[in-house]
Design a binder for this molecule. Structure first.
Ligand SMILES: Nc1ncnc2c1ncn2[C@@H]1O[C@H](COP(=O)(O)OP(=O)(O)OP(=O)(O)O)[C@@H](O)[C@H]1O
Length: 718
C-alpha cells in the first residue's frame, strides 16, 4: 500500500534558507542522529538544514500560508492577541521547523489479501418469542425501544435461560449487554420465593472500568423497572466507600462492580456475602485478565466459591483470547460456546453459519480472527514523526470543525499524553479560549469541543465527561484505553488511534466505539514509517485497513506546526511540560509486547523528529541519557528501583486507569516484582481448587496457574 501522503517527504519550495553557523551545526548533529536511526533520512545536501534559520512570519505570510482550497475556512483572525502573539512581538524572529525535509521514505506497504470475518448484527426474531415475562417484553419494547433481537441475543438468551454456563463472543456493539442482562432479570423475577433486598447479591457482574460499570448499571436499572423489589447497585473505585458500605448493608441484589473495588469490600465490609448468588458474569473477560486483575479475580472467586457452589457463570467479549479460555477453564462448568461468526465469508466453511457448540471453545486460529462491524471503514496512514502532530491537528480541524456533526474519539497510549495534547489543543486550536496563537488560526470555533478522559482524573470529572460526551452530538474526546472497552458512546463517527494499540484485540475494541449496532463509522490509525509493518500484524488477525492520506497543504501544516512550537517554547515551564509528555510517550512505547517489538522499538524512533510532534524544536538533550542513567542505577542498586518507579513506572501508567480509586493518586497501584524475582509473590496466591471445581479440575488449574505466571512474566518484562 502506498501511503498517499508520501509526497510530504519531498522538499518544500515555500521557504528560502540561509544556513547560519548554528543551523549547520544543528544540521550536522541531526545528520549524526539520522545515521543512527532506522528512520534515517536520505543524505542531505550541504545547504539544507533541518531547522530553518530565523524567519519573520507576518500576518500576510500567514494568510498566504492558509490559502488554497480551504482558504475560506482558514482566514486568520487579525485582532486577537494571545501570549503567543505577544511572544512574536517580543521576539523579532520565529524559528520555523522544516517539516518536509529529511523525513524517512514512506515505505510501500504490502496489502495482504484479508478475508475479514463478518457477523450479521440483526435477526428477524422478536423478543416476545423467548417466553419472557410480559412486563419484561414491554419494557424492552417501550423503554429500550427494541423489538428484534441481535444475533448474539438470539443465541445466548435461550441458552442462559436453560441454566447453562456460557462463553459468548460477538463483535463490538452487537448487544452483548442485553444478552446477559435479560436472562438475569427474567430468572430473578421468576424466583418462587420473592427476592428481598436484604438477601444480598443474586447476580454479580464484573467489568473492567468504572464507566462501563455505570453503563451496565443503567441498562439493568431500566430492565428492572417493572420489578421494583429487585435492587441493582454499582460499586466502583473513586466513589465514597462509606456510602457504598451503607448500600451494601441495606442490600444489593444485582451487583455490578470493578474487580478492585469489590475486593476492597470483600476484605473490609462485613455485610457482603454471596450465599444466594445465582449468576456470575465477567463482561470484557479478556480485559479483566489483561489488566493484571488476576489477584483480584482470585480473591473474588475464593469469596464466592466459599459461600455458593451452584450458580450460572457467563464470560463475554468481542475478543476471545487465550486468556479468556483459561479463565473459562476455571470459572465455567460445562459451558456452551457461542460465537456469531458468519462463516459464509469463510471460504473453508461456506455453509456453516452461527456456531453454538459445547466446550471446548474455539481455539487456535479461530481465536485470532476477530469480527469487525461491516459498516466500519478502517483507514491507516503513514506519517513521518515530524508531521504527526500537525497531521492529527489538521485531521481534527478538518473533520470536527469544517464538517457537520462529527464526533471523534482519539486514543493515546498514556494519561500524560492525553493531558498534553488536550491542553495544547485547547490553547492553540480554540481561539475562543484565548488561544495564544489565534492570530494564525481560523476564527473562533463554534463546532470544535475538546474533552478528555483518562484514569488519573478525579472520578467525579470522569463521570461528568463520560456523560457529556455520551449525550453530545459532536466533539473530540482525547482518551486512553480506559475508554476502549464496552463504552456505548452514541453517534461516534471517527476513531483515531494516534498511538498504535498493544494488541490486535485492543485495536478491535478501540475502533469498536464506532459503527455500533449497524451504524456507520470510520477509523484512522496513524503510524510512523518505522511502524508500517503493523498493518501486516493486523492482517494476520484478519483485520484489513485501507491506506489514506490527508491531503495536507504543506504551508498550512508548517504554520500549524509553528503555532504549536511557539506555544510550547513561550516559557520554560511549557518546554518542560512538553518534554515530560515526550518522555511519557517513550515510556509507553517501551511497553509494547515482545511480539510487536520488531515494529515498535524505541531504537527505531528518531528522537528529534518525535520531539516535533510535541511542539519541541529539538530533541531534548538529556532525555535518553536520563533513561540510560536510570536504568544503570537500577542495575547497580535494586533498592532504587522501587523508589524511582513509584511515580513513573510503566506498569503504573498503564494500570492507573483501572485501579479501584480507594487509595489516593497513582501511588495507589502497588508495585509488584515480576514473578520469579526475589521478593516476588506468586500470582493467584490464595486460590485453592474448591469442591466446585471437582471433575478433575485441580490438575487443570495448576496448569492454568503456571501458564498465567508465564504470561505475566512475559508481559512485565516487555
Ligand atoms: N436488539 C437490539 N435492538 C436495537 N438496539 C440494540 C439491541 N440490543 C442492543 N442494542 C443497542 O446496541 C448498542 C450496543 O450494545 P452493547 O453495548 O450491549 O454492545 P456490546 O456487544 O456489549 O459491545 P462491546 O463489545 O463494545 O462491549 C447499545 O446502544 C444497545 O442499546
Amino acid at each position: 500500500m502506498a501511503a498517499a501522503d508520501s509526497s510530504l517527504s519531498d522538499n518544500p519550495r515555500t521557504f528560502s534558507r540561509r544556513p547560519s553557523a548554528q543551523a549547520s551545526r544543528q544540521a550536522k548533529a541531526t545528520k549524526r542522529k539520522h545515521q543512527a536511526s532506522s528512520e534515517a533520512p536520505p543524505a542531505k545536501r550541504r545547504n539544507e538544514t533541518s531547522f530553518l534559520p530565523a524567519k519573520k512570519t507576518s500576518v500576510k505570510e500567514t494568510q498566504r500560508a492558509f490559502k488554497g482550497n480551504t482558504q475560506k475556512t482558514f482566514t486568520p483572525k487579525k485582532q486577537s492577541v494571545g501570549p503567543s502573539d505577544r511572544n512574536q512581538e517580543e521576539r523579532p524572529c520565529i524559528k520555523t521547523s522544516s517539516l518536509f525535509k529529511n523525513n524517512p521514505d514512506i515505505p510501500e506497504l504490502h496489502r495482504p489479501v484479508v478475508k475479514q470475518v463478518q457477523e450479521k448484527v440483526f435477526t428477524s426474531a422478536a423478543f416476545h418469542e423467548l417466553g419472557l415475562h410480559p412486563h419484561l417484553i414491554s419494557t424492552i419494547n417501550t423503554v429500550l425501544k427494541m423489538s428484534s433481537m441481535t444475533s448474539v441475543q438470539k443465541q445466548s438468551i435461550p441458552v442462559l435461560l436453560e441454566g447453562r454456563d456460557a462463553l459468548v463472543r460477538s463483535q463490538t456493539g452487537s448487544g452483548k449487554t442485553l444478552a446477559y442482562c435479560i436472562p438475569v432479570v427474567q430468572s430473578l423475577q421468576a424466583m418462587k420465593s420473592k427476592i428481598q433486598r436484604s438477601d444480598g447479591p443474586y447476580a454479580l457482574v464484573l467489568v473492567p472500568t468504572r464507566e462501563l460499570a455505570l453503563q451496565s448499571f443503567d441498562t439493568v436499572q431500566k430492565l428492572l423497572k417493572p420489578f421494583t423489589w429487585i435492587v441493582p447497585g454499582v460499586l466502583m473505585g473513586g466513589e465514597k466507600r462509606k456510602s457504598e458500605k451503607a448500600r451494601l448493608r441495606k442490600g444489593i441484589n444485582i451487583l455490578i462492580s470493578t474487580p478492585g473495588r469489590l475486593v476492597d469490600h470483600i476484605k473490609s465490609t462485613k455485610n457482603i456475602h454471596f450465599s444466594r448468588l445465582r449468576w456470575l458474569v465477567f463482561d470484557e473477560a479478556d480485559r479483566i485478565l489483561d489488566l493484571g486483575f488476576e489477584r483480584d479475580i482470585t480473591v473474588i472467586l475464593n469469596a464466592v466459591n466459599a459461600e455458593c457452589q451452584k450458580r450460572q457463570n457467563v464470560l463475554l467479549s468481542a475478543t476471545l483470547t487465550e486468556g479468556v479460555t483459561r479463565l473459562a477453564d476455571i470459572s465455567l462448568h460445562d459451558p456452551v460456546s457461542i460465537s456469531v461468526l458468519d462463516k459464509s465469508h469463510d471460504q473453508l466453511n461456506p455453509k456453516d453459519k452461527a456456531v453454538r457448540e459445547v466446550c471446548p471453545p474455539p481455539a487456535g486460529d479461530e481465536l485470532d480472527n476477530f469480527a469487525i462491524p461491516e459498516s466500519l471503514e478502517q483507514h491507516v496512514t503513514v506519517v513521518p514523526s515530524k508531521l504527526r502532530l500537525v497531521c492529527l491537528a489538521a485531521f481534527i480541524l478538518q473533520k470536527c470543525k469544517f464538517e457537520k456533526d462529527q464526533k471523534m474519539v482519539v486514543f493515546f497510549s498514556s494519561c500524560e499524553l492525553v493531558e498534553f495534547h488536550y491542553s495544547l489543543f485547547l490553547q492553540t486550536l480554540l481561539s475562543s479560549s484565548g488561544a495564544p496563537a489565534s492570530g494564525q488560526l481560523p476564527s473562533a470555533s463554534t463546532r470544535l469541543k475538546f474533552l478528555r478522559l483518562h484514569g488519573n482524573m478525579e472520578q467525579e470529572e470522569r463521570t461528568a465527561v463520560f456523560q457529556e460526551f455520551s449525550h453530545s452530538r459532536r466533539g473530540v474526546l482525547l482518551c486512553t484505553d480506559v475508554a476502549a472497552r464496552g463504552l456505548d458512546l452514541p453517534q461516534v463517527t471517527w476513531i483515531v488511534q494516534y498511538n498504535a494499540p498493544s494488541s490486535p484485540a485492543e485495536y478491535i475494541h478501540r475502533i469498536g466505539r464506532t459503527a455500533r449496532i449497524g451504524c456507520h463509522g470510520s477509523s484512522l490509525l496513524i503510524l510512523a514509517p518505522s511502524e508500517a509493518e503493523y498493518v501486516n500484524s493486523l492482517a494476520s488477525h484478519k483485520i484489513k485497513s485501507h491506506a489514506v492520506g490527508p491531503q495536507e497543504i504543506r504551508e498550512r501544516a508548517t504554520v500549524l506546526q509553528t503555532v504549536f512550537e511557539d506555544y510550547v517554547h513561550s516559557s520554560e515551564r511549557r518546554v518542560s511540560w512538553a518534554k515530560k509528555a515526550l518522555q511519557s510517550f517513550i515510556q509507553a512505547y517501551a511497553t509494547y509486547p515482545r511480539e510487536l517489538k520488531h515494529i515498535f522499538h524505541v531504537r527505531s524512533l528518531h528522537l528529534g523528529h518525535v520531539a516535533k510532534s510535541f511542539g519541541l524544536r529539538d530533541a531534548p538533550r538529556n532525555l535518553s541519557a536520563l533513561t540510560r542513567k536510570k536504568r544503570k542505577a537500577h542495575l547497580k542498586r535494586p533498592d532504587l528501583h522501587k523508589k524511582t518507579q513509584s511515580k513513573h513506572s510503566l506498569t503504573e501508567i498503564l494500570r492507573s486507569e483501572y485501579s479501584s480509586g480507594i487509595e489516593p493518586g497513582v501511588a495507589k497501584v502497588k508495585k509488584q516484582n515480576a514473578p520469579g524475582e526475589p521478593g516476588s509473590r506468586p500470582l493467584w496466591p490464595s486460590l485453592q481448587p474448591t469442591p466446585c471445581f471437582g471433575h478433575g479440575k485441580t490438575l487443570k488449574w495448576r496448569k492454568t496457574q503456571k501458564a498465567l505466571q508465564q504470561d505475566s512474566k512475559t508481559s512485565q518484562k516487555v
